[in-house]
Ligand binder design. Sequence first.
Ligand SMILES: Nc1ncnc2c1ncn2[C@@H]1O[C@H](COP(=O)(O)OP(=O)(O)O)[C@@H](O)[C@H]1O
Ligand SMILES: [Mg+2]
Length: 402
Amino acid sequence: MTEARAKILVVDDKPANIVAVQTLLKDMDIEIIEALSGNEALQICILHDLALILLDVRMPHMNGFEVASLLRGLDRTRTVPIIFITAAHSDELHELHGYDVGAVDFLHKPINDQILRSKVTVFMELFNLRRDQKQDMKLLEKRRLQVENEIIERKKVEKELKHHRDNLSNMVRERTAELEQAQDELRDLAGHLNLAREKERQWIAQEIHDELGNNLANLKMGIQWFKSKPCQEQTSYQNQLGDLLDQVNATIRKVRQITLLLRPPVLDQFGLLTALEWQAKEFEKSAGYSCRIHPDSVDMDIEEQQKLALFRICQESLTNISRHAEATQVEIRLIMDKDWIQLSISDNGKGTPEALSLNPNRSLGLRGMAERARQNQGTMKLTTTPGKGTKITVRIPTSNKE
Ligand SMILES: Nc1ncnc2c1ncn2[C@@H]1O[C@H](COP(=O)(O)OP(=O)(O)O)[C@@H](O)[C@H]1O
Ligand SMILES: [Mg+2]
């Protein structure tokens, strides 16, 4: 940007005086404007940004003091520096002293060129300084506005970001709720399936018992009748009937065993402790080693569903022990109080593989047990020591009875 030169107004009613000043200042980097009267000077002052006014005091119509006084009265010209030019030894100097409104300095005629040039230089530099300062202020203001706009823009972006973040967390929340609901539905479904399976088992047990059992019993009676009729000549016939009877007896025993396993009547008729005692005894008979039960509290009346879950968990544990544990001893412990039921089944077998003890949910049988516990708002834990055995602990609250 090229800087405008500093402007200096020279006011004198005698053109020759103006020319003299112009000559003295001609090689300076300034623009000189001339005015031949006070009136003309006032008009120029309003139009231009002046660095200095060289003002002749003695002029017709309006003298220099009157011009200065009027300039001090206007906002635009109040601060423009004025140097009065007076005739030497005139008493205009006294007036100058009395005049405290605007005289910055004064010069005597004839003007000394050194003094004039040095004074003009000072005011020109002052003017340039002020102008640079104004430009700096303008730049600063521009920068301030830019920063203000940047802040507004950033706030807008932050608002949008927050909006997106809120949207995202809403979506996550909704998705989580959906997943939780799906999980609940799955759990309900599993519970429902378990219930249906139990009903089915009950029905199958009934059928086997009523139909098959009766049929077999009739068959047995028929064969016995045959057998009771002596028929010496047909020993082989007798022997065959005897074999048949043995088979029928074995079938009846098997049917009873299956029936009991599917839905032991003891479960419907007695409390949990009695049902577990029966289960332990059955296990001892089939496994051939000891299965002791420790009732650490009296048997309590609990909900049908809870009784069934604990009974099935015990049944599955005992099946696992007979299939996998290579144990010689099993202990069942049942603790019931008003808030909790805790059932644990431990064996002294070879222990469960490490990976399963860390995550019992990975295997179907164990997972089914854990799911039964969960459906009753409870937990299942598997602890094991290699070579020393496995312990399953199930804990479920009884509180929902109240
Ligand atoms: N009491 C136990 N002693 C030793 N290993 C066991 C015992 N119970 C479970 N396991 C191990 O855990 C595995 C998973 O058991 P489970 O989920 O019931 O499935 P499955 O009996 O059909 O193999 C078994 O295959 C067995 O290796
Ligand atoms: Mg199993």
